[in-house]
Design a protein around this ligand. Structure first.
Ligand code: DAH
Length: 329
């Protein structure tokens, strides 16, 4: 009898502490507290004890039973609080659910890459407001009021003197007003045009503006930088050309075209950016001495650059948020 009591005392609590789920708990209950469990067995044996031993063991057994019953009850509560599902309710053979990860939009990826390229060349990055005043968007960039060059950009006016910027060039003005040369920066952002929406044009798109102002900046340097950019983006065999153009804020001005050759179709030149030497009038407008300083500037269309690189034929795809398109990149 005493041996059995010792045995229970040695093992009951140790085993109880190891229990982790309701199946194990049930097994344990049967072993110790069930109708044929070891504690019931003790009571069975008690019946056949000699009379003189009964009082001693009677008390011990009752204390023992109560103690272990209450230990068991609190373990049971603990287990049922932890989980209402037992392991056997889970089907481990079910296939897992695939989680779809989000990804960076192809335009954002292109932006990242453009920024990284110019950062490596020592350009800093600046941003400006999308709602602009007429002064920054046009006037200071040498587009006088009523000048026909304003027709180059169909504008969303918000109030008489305020508009959604039609290009990122106004950020050049803000930057030059707020800092002293040398200035070497790119200015990425959204721009807005009041154009009929089609495969080729959208009311919103992205540009990256570039500006370098110092005492000895040359057109050759501008060309070298932009050719390096075209080669970085389209491979070293890219076919490109600089074509003379006109912008009110640069003189001389040029546009850069890249040859686009879709498979099995006729190829054509596609414009990716405008550029030129900053017009001395613009430098004077922002208080930079145009006798002492020269600058170059460029403005590129991010959608155009991506369209060309990935052979996308409709600008609207960038804005439709169709996963079948977006997940290809
Ligand atoms: N802002 C012009 C546009 O949106 C692009 C441009 C051309 C920017 C020449 C420049 C530049 O900085 O030098 O059409």
């Amino acid at each position: 009898m005493q041996n059995k009591i010792d045995d229970i005392q040695n093992h009951f609590e140790k085993e109880l502490n190891l229990i982790e789920n309701s199946d194990q708990l049930e097994e344990f209950r049967v072993k110790y507290l069930g109708r044929n469990g070891s504690i019931s067995e003790l009571f069975e044996e008690f019946k056949s004890l000699p009379k003189e031993e009964k009082p001693k063991y009677g008390k011990t057994l009752n204390v023992l039973k109560n103690k272990y019953q209450s230990l068991f009850d609190s373990k049971k509560e603990e287990i049922s609080a932890k989980s209402t599902v037992s392991k056997s309710d889970i089907d481990f053979t079910l296939p897992g659910r695939e989680r779809k990860l989000g990804r960076t939009h192809i335009l954002t990826q292109t932006m990242f890459e453009i920024k990284a390229f110019f950062k490596n060349l020592g350009f800093s990055i600046h941003e400006g407001p999308e709602l602009e005043s007429d002064y920054y968007n046009f006037e200071a960039l040498n587009f006088p009021a009523d000048h026909p060059a304003r027709d180059m950009q169909d504008t969303y006016f918000v109030a008489d003197d305020f508009l959604m910027r039609t290009h990122t060039s106004p950020v050049q003005i803000r930057l030059m007003k707020n800092s002293k040369p040398p200035i070497r920066a790119i200015m990425p952002g959204k721009v807005y045009r009041n154009e009929a929406i089609s495969a080729k044009s959208y009311c919103l798109f992205h540009q990256v503006e570039g500006l370098f102002v110092d005492t000895d900046v040359t057109f050759a340097e501008l060309k070298g930088t932009l050719v390096a950019f075209a080669k970085h983006f389209y491979g070293k065999d890219v076919k490109y050309r600089f074509r003379a153009s006109y912008f009110p804020f640069t003189e001389p001005s040029a546009e850069v075209d890249v040859w686009w050759q879709p498979k099995g179709k006729e190829g054509k030149w596609l414009e990716i950016l405008g550029c030129g030497m900053v017009d001395p009038n613009v430098l004077e407008n922002v208080g930079i001495d145009s006798e002492k300083y020269v600058g170059y500037a460029f403005g590129m269309g991010v959608e155009r650059i991506a369209l060309l690189r990935y052979g996308i034929n409709d600008i609207r795809l960038f804005f439709d948020n169709d996963n079948r398109f977006l997940t290809q990149f």
